[in-house]
Ligand binder design. Structure first.
Ligand code: BGC
Length: 248
């Protein structure tokens, strides 16, 4: 069973057809820069192009889409790293109008976490597992005994008087030209703060930064297991495709 998964990020939009039984990509991953400004209209237009490019056009097909903000029942409630115009928008309806297809829209980190729990580092893990995505922002997802607790927003936690995601995200590393050594100190402070509050069984580190895990993972020290996302930065679009195929 193949489904189209789309991961909308603050910097890039990624898409692929995914085999939802195995979690493997059934096509190359396509990547587009996020439109600037990233208004609902501009993103909907791009999503329309993506759907056409993949030839995913039979009505009745469903698309899963990860959005970088709080999403409840298809409606966007926050937008920290994309246009504020998204707030209050029924994203599922907007994309349906743009493409003629049904959309399942949810928080990007929640969807990345779903994929890691099913096919990656979180497989068969009980208790509280925290999935983190380090990219333009910091996305967070909680899984209790494998079940998602949606819309956990701990990227905005304050650490040392700063908002964690503006200080410790992958974007902060790149924009401030931090070495992995310096950046990992920030990540470590953040992870330890999270640990002190939630005492998870496992932390999974994903997002764009997971590509470089070998360069900084060994510097991180938390009192619980910490694993890189096995699906790396593809977790978001794989999870999106899963969401499209799971909802009935
Ligand atoms: C948003 C989250 C999102 C994360 C990663 C944060 O700024 O508030 O909802 O998951 O960025 O995109």
């Amino acid at each position: 069973v193949k489904a189209l998964g789309i991961d909308v990020g603050g910097t890039g939009i990624k898409a692929a057809l995914v085999d939802t039984k195995t979690g493997k990509l059934a096509t190359e991953r396509a990547r587009y820069p996020t439109p600037r400004p990233s208004t609902p209209r501009a993103v909907a237009r791009l999503v329309g192009e993506v759907v056409t490019r993949f030839g995913y056009t039979d009505p009745g097909l469903r698309v899963g889409l990860g959005f970088p903000g709080v999403v409840r029942q298809g409606k966007v409630l926050t937008a920290a790293n994309v246009s504020r115009k998204w707030i209050g928008v029924r994203a599922d309806a907007l994309f349906r109008k743009a493409t003629g297809l049904e959309f399942v829209v949810a928080n990007d980190a929640d969807l990345a976490g779903l994929a890691e729990m099913r096919f990656g580092a979180g497989r068969d893990r009980k208790g509280l597992v925290i999935m983190l995505t380090f990219g333009t922002g910091i996305g967070t997802a909680f899984f209790m005994d494998g079940r998602l607790v949606p819309n956990v927003e701990l990227g905005h936690l304050e650490v040392n008087g700063r908002e964690a995601e503006t200080w410790a995200s992958e974007r902060a590393r790149i924009e401030e030209r931090l070495s992995f050594k310096r950046w990992s100190k920030r990540v470590n402070a953040y992870l330890n703060r999270l640990h002190a509050y939630f005492w998870p069984e496992l932390i999974i580190l994903g997002g764009g930064a997971s590509k470089n895990f070998e360069k900084f993972g060994f510097r991180l020290e938390v009192p619980c297991p910490l694993l890189p996302a096995e699906l790396r930065n593809r977790a978001g679009l794989i999870g999106a495709a899963l969401a499209a195929s799971d909802v009935t």
